[in-house]
Ligand binder design. Structure first.
Ligand code: AMP
Ligand code: ZN
Length: 146
């Protein structure tokens, strides 16, 4: 199995609450969420740092992040907004060296602050949360193809 935890998740060799996948990316819940539904989108092809990321792979990561954000607003999570965050390098708080995009759900008046890594974080019923996001993606697909 891969020594990279996100490669292991992408290959199906490590557990994760998956919300989306396609040929280029896999998306799953962050194990220490900043907010309920906090999702990570990772390229299937390993890239430790942003500079290692193939631009086509980066485009696929962003496309999926945008889609998941739209799906969250249509899901029972009923988000009001999103932060898309990519931490590149230790100086920017990167701790897992397989580039990933954080999809951080936001609600009007929530108390989330952007100091990722500094807050006390606990899971919020990940299986139910992942199912809600998948339902939002299904809703999005039916809107696009009525
Ligand atoms: P970063 O600081 O941008 O490198 O963020 C890495 C994120 O990966 C953190 O928010 C961790 O909670 C999350 N994380 C680490 N290991 C796992 C894992 N096995 N499954 C899901 N999320 C993880
Ligand atoms: Zn990797």
């Amino acid at each position: 199995m891969s020594s990279c935890v996100f490669c292991a998740i992408a290959e199906g060799g490590a557990p994760a609450s998956r919300v989306y996948e396609d040929d280029d990316v896999v998306a799953f819940l962050d194990i220490r969420p900043i907010a309920r539904g906090h999702t990570l989108v990772v390229p299937r092809i390993h890239a430790a740092r942003l500079e290692d990321l193939d631009p086509a792979s980066g485009a696929a990561v962003f496309r999926a992040g945008q889609r998941i954000a739209r799906a969250m607003s249509r899901s029972e999570l009923a988000t009001d907004g999103t932060n898309l965050v990519l931490n590149d390098g230790r100086a920017a708080f990167q701790t897992v060296f397989h580039t990933h995009l954080h999809v951080l759900p936001r609600w009007t008046g929530d108390r989330v602050r952007m100091g990722i890594g500094l807050l006390r974080r606990r899971p919020h019923d990940p299986e139910t949360t992942a199912a809600l996001i998948r339902a939002g993606l299904d809703r999005l697909t039916s809107e696009e193809h009525p």
